[in-house]
Design a protein around this ligand. Structure first.
Ligand SMILES: *[C@@H]1O[C@H](CO)[C@@H](O)[C@H](O)[C@H]1NC(C)=O
Ligand SMILES: *[C@@H]1O[C@H](CO)[C@@H](O)[C@H](O)[C@H]1NC(C)=O
Ligand SMILES: *[C@@H]1O[C@H](CO)[C@@H](O)[C@H](O)[C@H]1NC(C)=O
Length: 421
């Protein structure tokens, strides 16, 4: 696969549409030459980028391009979130994700938190999930990224933001394939009243099943204790409880497979079995304080293990289960999203709602499929309806999507998509 993109502009009945067919896993930025002012290379070579979010907030991040960045080849993209009081540059030094020996070919974003902290911290009031989604959209539009391979990792507050806030968000969990938390702060609740670290409810509503999460935590963590408990008027979970809750949400056995490593100083716990083995993985590390294990000081190097985990758990390897099966009188297979992941599907008689990975769940989606006889006629129907943002033509049926004018056409593996410009 070369990652080439083919787009055909077409105007029918005065409506200009884009019939997109991209090879699987190529973002809109593929084919765009890199601005020569942008630097490639290791730690310290990353580019400071300014962005105004869709809510009008000015934010900054460091952007790393690997030496082998090629605008015609889709690359993975990693977000690496700093700990509280730190910034993106410090996170680059700590996680070493810009080093080609650890990460040879993925882009890395090291965002800067407002007041050096992230959503999920008791003191934070920012919409960092929205910021992250804005960054994904902006980066996919500008650079050659594989939308199947977008990942998030973070340290401490940044680990909590990655493995608890983003991974638990109904939208972000469908755009980001896998998550890593290192010494993560997984604050729960709005107070520390009745805090039981072994049972505290973990607030989490991911938009897909099979959410891959890897976690590293030191048994001597003095800041975010392994055993959890009260902190800053919140409740921190016992780390195995936090991970077991992930296994439960993913429908896995809550009893992990344990492997003793480094003469028993590291316990690796893996939830899942068969094709899901290790989709939730935790490293419990003896003697390790509140840090990011690297260079073998604390037995394991987190970054290469995280990279291996990310390489394995792409969106393509963890398609989400459908929430309902097709059972109406339409006599056709269930309609399929233009892209294979993040699909949720409800049916009730002849009304359907499908939300695809790029959509906000529960907003009006596709309704009232018709049988216009051809893709062109489907487009014409969409054109005739002011509310129709785009249409999917699948098994001779025309699924009209209401109220989303700027849909991004993705890999057209099943359906053909008409997008209004
Ligand atoms: C980015 O924003 C900072 C302030 O946050 C400013 O100092 C800098 O000049 C801006 N850089 C660019 C390239 O606009
Ligand atoms: C995996 O499956 C085997 C046999 O089917 C079972 O004995 C084991 O407990 C399972 N492990 C996990 C972690 O679910
Ligand atoms: C693995 O370790 C955890 C935490 O100590 C424990 O709860 C679990 O029962 C162990 N799993 C097995 C299969 O022994």
């Amino acid at each position: 696969m070369t990652g080439s993109i083919r787009f055909f502009g077409l105007c029918v009945l005065g409506l200009c549409i884009l019939l997109g067919h991209a090879d699987a896993g190529a973002s809109r930025g593929c084919g765009k030459a890199l601005n020569p002012r942008l630097k490639k290379g290791g730690t310290g070579q990353s580019n400071k980028i300014n962005i105004t979010t869709s809510k009008g907030v000015k934010r900054t991040f460091l952007l790393h391009f690997p030496d082998n960045y090629d605008e015609n080849r889709p690359h993975g993209l990693i977000f690496s979130f700093h700990g509280r009081t730190r910034d993106g540059a410090q996170q680059e030094s700590l996680s070493k994700m810009s080093e080609s020996s650890k990460n040879p070919h993925m882009l890395v974003v090291y965002p800067d938190g407002i007041d050096n902290q992230w959503q999920g911290d008791p003191a934070a009031t920012t919409d960092d999930v929205g910021f992250t989604l804005d960054m994904i959209n902006a980066l996919e539009a500008q650079y050659c990224i594989d939308p199947d391979q977008i990942f998030a990792a973070g340290q401490s507050n940044g680990g909590g933001f990655s493995a608890n806030i983003l991974a638990c968000d109904s939208v972000a969990s469908q755009r980001i394939a896998a998550f890593a938390g290192v010494s993560g702060a997984y604050y729960q609740g709005t107070s520390d009243a009745n805090c039981d670290a072994n049972t505290v409810h973990i607030k989490c509503k991911p938009g897909r099943k099979n959410v891959p999460v890897i976690e590293f935590h030191g048994k001597k963590d003095e800041t975010i204790p392994y055993d959890g408990g009260k902190r800053r008027n919140r409740c921190l979970p016992y780390i195995p409880h936090f991970m077991t809750a992930w296994a439960q949400r993913n429908g896995l056995s809550t009893r992990p497979t344990n492997t003793s490593l480094h003469s028993g100083h590291v316990q690796k716990m893996e939830w899942g079995n068969g094709s899901t083995k290790g989709i939730n993985t935790h490293y419990a590390i003896d003697n390790m304080p509140h840090t990011w294990p690297g260079d073998s000081k604390y037995y394991v190097n987190a970054t290469p293990l995280i990279m291996d985990f990310f390489e394995k758990w792409t969106l393509a390897t963890t398609p989400s289960a459908r929430t309902a099966s097709y059972s109406s009188s339409m006599n056709a297979p269930a309609p399929i999203c233009p892209y294979k992941n993040g699909q949720q599907y409800w049916s009730s008689g002849k009304n359907f709602r499908i939300s695809c990975s790029a959509d906000t769940p529960n907003t009006p989606a596709y309704t009232g499929a018709t049988m216009p006889g051809s893709f062109a006629a489907c487009i014409a129907e969409c054109a005739a309806e002011a509310q129709c943002g785009h249409a999917v033509y699948y098994y001779d049926r025309c699924w009209k999507k209401k109220g989303r004018p700027s849909y991004i056409a993705r890999a057209g593996d099943f359906a053909r998509v008409a997008v209004k410009n």
